[in-house]
Design a binder for this molecule. Structure first.
Ligand code: R5P
Length: 293
């Protein structure tokens, strides 16, 4: 039983100091509940307001793609340098040690392969799994303009509804529909639809022209998708331009794990995202680390 005698008199009330009411650092996220904000603050670094997500979920529709043949050998050594891992529950359970304390973004849509129409996805993971696996967000593909556009949008809104019940944010991943031009007009449309329908943050591609209009017209954070492997300096330049033009970080896969020296590339991307390093400085860092490896 708790002691009731000898209790010290409480006197440190600091009556002259009003309690601070902090705004939340992330764009458009101030009205979310504590659990949502806490999860987002584990994905996005509260100091820089940005994130470096390492995307390794490709196997869910592509199988063992180049660089992801052996996640235990090729990817685990990279984990310390990422803020967040984006992956499937299969890889999480079978390969990632539970002692890893990085935030996890779980791929929850699926059901198609590269052999068929990719936009024909459904929700492929129960919310109980996301809770059980202690994830910080759930990723759903949205195919604006794709054959199964409506179905993919409804997948996302369902996850927003279910995730909101449990304080788990939903990441909408904009997959470019067939015959859609990859330009700012398309991405403004895709990102805004996802945000209007409740996505907590959005993964989308960088475009050379007017990318700042994509970020400006999207009321929630955008992370830049990496896309196909391009030369390291080009990928660093793309990441630099994206964050300077309003992206809240990157979610890159192939441009990291298919790099000649993935750990060096990931560290260089971090310098661009968190320290505003120029592409040239980050590329120097990449080459220095590469020569040391
Ligand atoms: C696809 O749309 C998925 O989200 C990918 O599996 C992945 O996240 C793409 O990453 P990246 O294009 O940077 O290789």
């Amino acid at each position: 039983m708790a002691d009731t005698d000898g209790i010290k008199e409480a006197k440190l009330f600091y009556a002259d100091r009003p309690q601070k009411t902090e705004g939340f650092f992330l764009k458009g996220s101030n009205s979310l509940d504590w659990g949502m904000k806490n999860r987002l603050a584990r994905i996005f670094n509260p100091d820089s307001g940005r994130t470096v997500m390492l995307a390794i979920d490709h196997g869910y529709f592509q199988g063992p793609t180049t660089g992801l043949e052996r996640i235990d050998i090729n990817i685990l050594p990279l984990v310390p340098y990422a803020d967040t891992l984006m992956l499937t529950r299969g890889i999480l359970r079978s390969v990632i040690p539970p002692s890893v304390s990085k935030s996890i973004v779980l791929r929850v849509s699926g059901g198609t392969s590269i052999l068929k129409e990719l936009s024909n996805e459904e929700i492929a993971v129960d919310i109980e799994e996301s809770i059980r696996l202690n994830v910080c967000a759930m990723a759903v593909q949205v195919f604006i303009g794709g054959e199964y556009e409506r179905q993919s949008i409804i997948n996302m809104t369902r996850m927003v509804d279910i995730g909101t019940r449990f304080g788990i944010p939903t990441l909408a991943v904009t997959a470019v529909g067939k015959d859609m031009a990859r330009d700012a007009q398309y991405f403004r449309l895709a990102c805004r639809i996802c945000a209007e329908l409740g996505a907590h943050y959005i993964k989308t591609y960088y475009v050379e022209n007017d990318f700042e209009t994509v970020t400006a017209s999207c009321p929630v954070p955008i992370v830049m998708a990496g896309g196909k492997k391009i030369p390291e300096l080009d990928a660093l330049t793309m990441a630099y331009n994206a964050v300077q033009q309003g992206a809240s970080g990157v979610d890159m896969g192939r441009n990291i794990f298919q790099s000649e020296v993935p750990a060096a590339m990931l560290k260089a991307v971090r310098a661009v995202v968190h320290d505003n390093a120029s592409p040239a400085a980050a590329f120097d860092l990449y080459n220095t680390l590469k020569n040391q490896s």
